[in-house]
Design a protein around this ligand. Sequence first.
Ligand SMILES: *[C@@H]1O[C@H](CO)[C@@H](O)[C@H](O)[C@H]1NC(C)=O
Ligand SMILES: *[C@@H]1O[C@H](CO)[C@@H](O)[C@H](O)[C@H]1NC(C)=O
Ligand SMILES: *[C@@H]1O[C@H](CO)[C@@H](O)[C@H](O)[C@H]1NC(C)=O
Ligand SMILES: *[C@@H]1O[C@H](CO)[C@@H](O)[C@H](O)[C@H]1NC(C)=O
Ligand SMILES: *[C@@H]1O[C@H](CO)[C@@H](O)[C@H](O)[C@H]1NC(C)=O
Ligand SMILES: *[C@@H]1O[C@H](CO)[C@@H](O)[C@H](O)[C@H]1NC(C)=O
Ligand SMILES: [Cu+2]
Length: 737
Amino acid sequence: MLSSSGLWSLCIAVLLLSQAAHGARSHPNRYRYSQNGGPELYNGYNAIQETILPGAGCTTRPPPEIKAPKKNVWADLTRIEKHQVGRWVKNRNEFKGYEIDYMQILTPNKTDILQYLDHDGEEPSRYANVVVYDSKSEQPQKEHLRVGPLPVTNATTWEPLSYPYTSKDGKIRCLAGATKWHDYDKFIANITDPVKDVTKDLWNLTADEWFPLSQDPLWQYDEKITEWSQFWAWGTGTSSTLLPLGLYFKCSFDLYKSDPSSWKFEGWLYNNKFYSTTEEFRNAYSSPRFEKLPPNIDGPWTRTDQKGPVLPLDTEAPPMPVAKSARFSVDHDRKYVQWMGFSFYMGFREDVGMSLWDIRFKGERILYELSMQEALAHYLDSAYSMGNLDELMPGFDCPTHASYLNLTVLGPWEEKVKNAICLFEYDADYSIQRHATESNTKNIYFVVRTITTVGNYDYSFSYEFYMDGSIQVVVRAAGYIEAAYYAHNSDYGYQIHDALSGAMHDHVLNCKADFDILDTANTMELVTVTPATENYVWSDQPRHTMKLVRSQIESEDDSRLHWSGNGATQYRIINTDKPNKYGEYRGYRILPSQGTIHLSASNSSNLANAVNWAYHDLQVTKQKDTEPRSSNPSNYNNVYDPLVGFDHFFDGESLQQEDLVVWFNLGMHHIPHTGDLPNTVFTTPHSAVQITPSNFFDRDESRDTVNMIKLDWKAGKGHVETFGQAQQVCVADVPHY
Ligand SMILES: *[C@@H]1O[C@H](CO)[C@@H](O)[C@H](O)[C@H]1NC(C)=O
Ligand SMILES: *[C@@H]1O[C@H](CO)[C@@H](O)[C@H](O)[C@H]1NC(C)=O
Ligand SMILES: *[C@@H]1O[C@H](CO)[C@@H](O)[C@H](O)[C@H]1NC(C)=O
Ligand SMILES: *[C@@H]1O[C@H](CO)[C@@H](O)[C@H](O)[C@H]1NC(C)=O
Ligand SMILES: *[C@@H]1O[C@H](CO)[C@@H](O)[C@H](O)[C@H]1NC(C)=O
Ligand SMILES: *[C@@H]1O[C@H](CO)[C@@H](O)[C@H](O)[C@H]1NC(C)=O
Ligand SMILES: [Cu+2]
């Protein structure tokens, strides 16, 4: 179980967030311990297989194994490389007394990778990005190192790594001194012990039935850290984020001094009244005028089990898709996939999870990179590790016929997660093409999915591929909301239970799309449907109508955009050197296909410059090896001067026929309502962006599939042409419960 007091630790990536009165967040690692009870390997796959999917008769033939044309140069460090690098760093005199914060692959520069992929250049050497800090320093900094080449040999060296960051030296402060944090529990106990009688009286809970927890984000100003903590009830299971108790206290810490004598208790907050000492709070409490708010008590309402009367026919087996064979090919080792003309490699990082590389369709590279960069919900999720992928549950997270890729995740406790990535084809519930009762084409699409539980929340990421050459990035959120105690905050959320507010928040997730349309030299064209009043030779009076207005984004001075109102503008990445035979520019279009947002707060007090990527819908920059990512897990350690300050990317450079990166945001304004209890469901918190051919091919590419029919009515009765498609012959066992 989770120890009962909070803490953001010095140099372990730490988090952030909201107004003390609503929204809360605990330290990442602690949180995860509370969820999993420790470093155990979840083994749900077999359990589910045995319980509800007994030997399906229609077993799917696994995907054929193929050999990727090139090595996966984006793959994260292997377990062996991590051990080698860790030992190598620890053994160096200059790092005596240092701790390793984390390490991951330093992705080689795009220029080198393109040489390797396209021009038979040498395979780029592997380097590790190692983050260390001096645990004995009074003012420790997280330092980024480049260590390599790998594997470790006598030729391995290190150097400071700063080029991927915008802050100088690739260094960022740790948020407090590095020692004596074991006194933190005592410091907190010194605050909470003297009010045990009050809390018992208020909530009828003993001291082991509640815990105080630091709320993210910490405030960082005036050279100090201000930390708000709140009391929470333990509850049963994982429902604690629904059980805030409405009593808060404030502490402050010197930015650097780890000596407990510099730590200050600054007061209590209850029912929107602030008491600067415990004595003042106790005196007020014993006064007859003190207003006691109702307790927020755990109960069946926080449980996710089936409730209510069983619905008619619901105990019959529901529909279940089956597939006779996996119609895609995989190189498991190199994490490379081919499906219906598409191919791509998969990379992985502990902080942001899975990424896709060298995405091609019919042999043409469309995207060099498509990857999540960061997620915020007032706090930043990469610092909690969005790459701690869940083991997927067959039949629930992915269809029963899905295939899985194993992934080794060296998380806080070194564990192997299997089935962390699922791959499957699906038959959409509508056809991709039809006309009259004449022709009709199945809409079979291909999905790569991962799911990660970040504390109380679950994010599902899907990359979907369609026969017409479209790609869709989809994010969904579910799980326990991080609720607030309901008092004086009706402007910040609905009341959703006796004493509970569904604290409003925005989820914004930044995604990087490095387009390469027919080469790296690309331009963004805006084609806008515009109202117009025009005179025509064939009309004796002006006509009110509409027309297309075409323009191009010229430079990084005009490349921070919002999706246009009324969907009027098409955003096209084109290559003006490669028009089609009609003189139109071949390209791919990017569009929101399911509610996207940008951050509502402007100039966030909590996150300042750490979230400069969140204020627009889509932003275009020139691709640079010095700007590989829009955020960094350490950004939170100095929100004013973060390691990656996204605003720095915009320095006026030309964007015409340059290598372009589109940074777009997915997300939702989340105002939890009663339907978010006990859990948020995946239906509404759902956001997607589509990337789709625009004059790229000479026709619709879905014509290539044989999974279509044509009915010929000439003879008066229909002849059904099936184009050689296979018949599905297999007997499916439906799961029995
Ligand atoms: C990658 O690019 C950066 C920035 O241009 C440069 O400093 C670095 O040396 C390059 N790395 C390699 C291995 O060439
Ligand atoms: C590396 O250095 C060690 C110690 O000097 C030496 O014994 C070893 O042979 C060297 N290995 C290589 C591959 O050069
Ligand atoms: C806790 O309180 C005790 C008694 O007042 C004091 O001696 C000790 O230094 C305090 N500990 C911390 C970490 O504040
Ligand atoms: C307080 O909690 C105890 C133990 O759960 C219970 O027996 C008692 O009835 C509660 N008192 C009130 C006033 O709810
Ligand atoms: C994944 O790992 C499990 C357990 O080690 C193994 O049984 C399974 O064959 C692996 N799957 C693949 C696709 O490599
Ligand atoms: C953002 O807020 C900070 C702190 O309140 C202020 O100093 C800064 O000027 C603000 N910036 C903008 C662009 O409003
Ligand atoms: Cu939410």
